[in-house]
Design a protein around this ligand. Structure first.
Ligand code: FES
Ligand SMILES: [Fe+2]
Length: 381
């Protein structure tokens, strides 16, 4: 799992004044809206005794822990400890990590890492979101597989005739013509020519004649997004597929789907149903893959020309791992990790405020930029 990226952690419409727990990179976070509507993302691990802040309640723009009522500001600093007698100060270490948030393209994005703003990788563009010609649907599903397996599955054009049969592929024409990749540090995209299946259901009304091929734009955007743009004879269907690592072995797939045909709300149900049925076809195959985790070395699996998008991803991932952006799987304390450790993704404040450098109770996951000094309070590392 890669830290130092913007992750879409929830649909924007699902985040309200009621605290919501979300999970990503094997860690729990709490999201809530402040009174002005902007969204806060904090580590969901109270620094006192580790209760989940998401089970607490809001006091103005602060969140109060359900266990002993400590109140945290949106920047993560504890502002009130009810058990303290009047006049007693609040320890500097009484703070949780607060992550930068953006609301964009119908999603809440949290920056899960400690890079300063100017060094953060971009959030990809979603031009369809602002385009009134498109309608939008939101779909999600949990897959019991590692997120890199579910992610690669969506850039894998060659599986469609086999896994999706006549729904989204043509078993009579499984060949993938060679394609060129347009690549930068954060994405790789290709136009792939596929033979379409015959139309079914609602779409039949729009299908006059089946074309010999359709151009599908397929590509990945780091850390976990896949774009699939299918040009149908009667319009465009564009899916953005977010593969959110809940834990090492579980992925929450969130899809935002756009279409510029049948744009009435009446057709949303059909659009969601089509997306769900495609995901349900992928699910058992992806859950069966072994090893469960994506191999590190390229020669550990056999690649063909048609696998070029996946190979581009694996190469880029190796580079980011070498740069220390990989978050180990063994130190996740909150969601499904080892029970004896409390470690969190470090937030930017750890780097940005030198005076706070040692003010963190919870150990940072991944490379830790903090100076390693022992303090009288007996810091753990
Ligand atoms: S565990 Fe949160 S206030 Fe005690
Ligand atoms: Fe698929």
């Amino acid at each position: 799992m890669l830290k130092n990226f913007w992750y879409a952690v929830e649909f924007a419409h699902a985040v309200t004044r009621a605290p919501t727990k979300v999970t990503c990179l094997g860690q729990d976070f709490v999201l809530y809206r402040k009174r002005d509507g902007s969204v806060v993302c904090l580590s969901d691990l109270c620094v006192h005794r580790g209760a989940a802040l998401s089970a607490g309640s809001l006091v103005g723009d602060r969140i109060a822990c359900p266990y002993h009522g400590w109140q945290y500001e949106p920047d993560g600093a504890c502002a009130k400890i009810p058990a303290n007698p009047e006049g007693r100060g609040i320890p500097k270490k009484a703070r949780v990590d607060s992550y930068p948030v953006r609301e964009q393209a119908g999603l809440i994005w949290a920056f899960l890492g400690d890079l300063p703003a100017e060094e953060r990788p971009p959030i990809p563009a979603f031009p369809e979101h602002e385009d009134p010609a498109f309608s939008t649907v939101y779909v999600d599903m949990v897959i019991e597989a590692n997120y890199e397996r579910t992610f690669e599955n969506v850039v894998d054009a060659a599986h469609t005739p086999f896994v999706h049969g006549t729904r989204f592929g043509n078993p009579d024409k499984p060949q993938i013509p060679d394609y060129d990749i347009t690549e930068d540090d954060w994405s790789a995209v290709a136009d792939i020519r596929l033979s379409p299946p015959p139309a079914r259901g609602l779409w039949k009304r729009l299908y006059k004649e089946r074309p010999a091929e359709v151009v599908v734009t397929n590509g990945w955007y780091l850390p976990n997004i896949v774009k699939l743009h299918v040009r149908l004879p009667f319009g465009d269907m564009i899916l953005y597929d977010h593969n959110i690592p809940l834990s090492r072995d579980r992925t929450l797939v969130k899809i935002v789907g756009y279409r510029n045909f049948f744009t009435g709300r009446w057709a949303d149900r059909d659009a969601r149903k089509r997306i769900r049925s495609i995901l349900l076809q992928d699910k058992p195959v992806v859950e069966s893959q072994r090893p469960e985790l994506l191999p590190y070395d390229l020669p550990d699996e056999l690649h063909l020309r048609s696998d070029a998008l996946q190979v581009a991803y694996r190469r880029r991932r190796q580079k980011l791992m070498a740069d220390g952006w990989w978050v180990g799987d063994d130190d996740a304390a909150v969601a499904g990790g080892r029970a004896g450790n409390a470690a969190v993704i470090p937030s930017p404040a750890r780097r940005e405020n030198p005076e706070l450098a040692r003010a963190w109770q919870h150990r940072a996951r991944g490379a830790d930029p903090r100076p390693r000094e022992r303090t009288t309070e007996g810091e753990s590392e």
